[in-house]
Design a protein around this ligand. Sequence first.
Ligand code: ATR
Length: 275
Amino acid sequence: MVAGVMGWPIGHSLSPRLHGYWLKHHGIDGAYVPLSVHPDHFREALKALPKLGFRGANVTVPHKEQALAYVDRVSDEARRMGAVNTVVVEPDGRLSGSNTDAFGFIANLGAGCPQWTASAGPAVVLGAGGAARAVCTALLDAGAPEIQLSNRTEARARSMAADIGGPISVVPWDQRHDALADAATLVNTTTLGMVGNPPLTLDLSSLPRMALVTDIVYRPLMTPLLQGAKAHGHPIVDGLGMLLHQARPGFAAWFGVMPDVTEALRDFVLGAGSD
Ligand code: ATR
């Protein structure tokens, strides 16, 4: 049983280490390999998966949007997100594409803060890249009554809101602080706060104390946003879990076992992160 991850570049992907851990943990005689695929060859490489005997593959940057066009079947969720991150080779050799990022986001919050519910109140989402699409889709599907979306490039937020549909209102970037007043959930999906990038500047003083704060940045695990939120008494959930949880449905489809996210797994993956 073989699966892998296609990306360009692929050297920094944590997925081979993550799936390798689960294969060993479950005693499965299988392999999960990094596949360095140039964008010009992506279609060919994807279509070759059944011929090579692969059970399927993850698809990562920059191929997620292309994958949507090339698979034979697309899940509703992946279509709404405009991106495929998990491909399964069906018994008849056809390719099914899905997107597990929304699942990963919600599963991570459920594990990190069991009392949290999306329906508790409006959410504020910062950023309008690929990750923001997954987060907004996930929050709306999980019952968030409203999303206030703010991005430095406002036009990008507007087009994302139009694509996803539903109760998403766009807030100018310089007014993001004011959007926090009645929020139950705050999510940073920008790259601000990541190693090598400036921190996110955000005045948390109007955010209700019970509001959950989460960051999809996981290098460092405790971003300046999460540090500030913790100091203000908010429940916080770091971003590593989203990466780990989004991998579970693919592993289950390819190798037949739904794996768990444990502390030991987090430690193992983090060990790789500091290489
Ligand atoms: P991904 O698809 O992985 O989410 P991305 O498309 O590069 O990544 O998106 C990065 C996000 O971080 C965007 O929302 C980006 O804002 P723009 O759409 O205005 O580019 C945001 N971002 C990156 N650097 C930023 C900065 N210095 N200030 C504010 N937002 C920033």
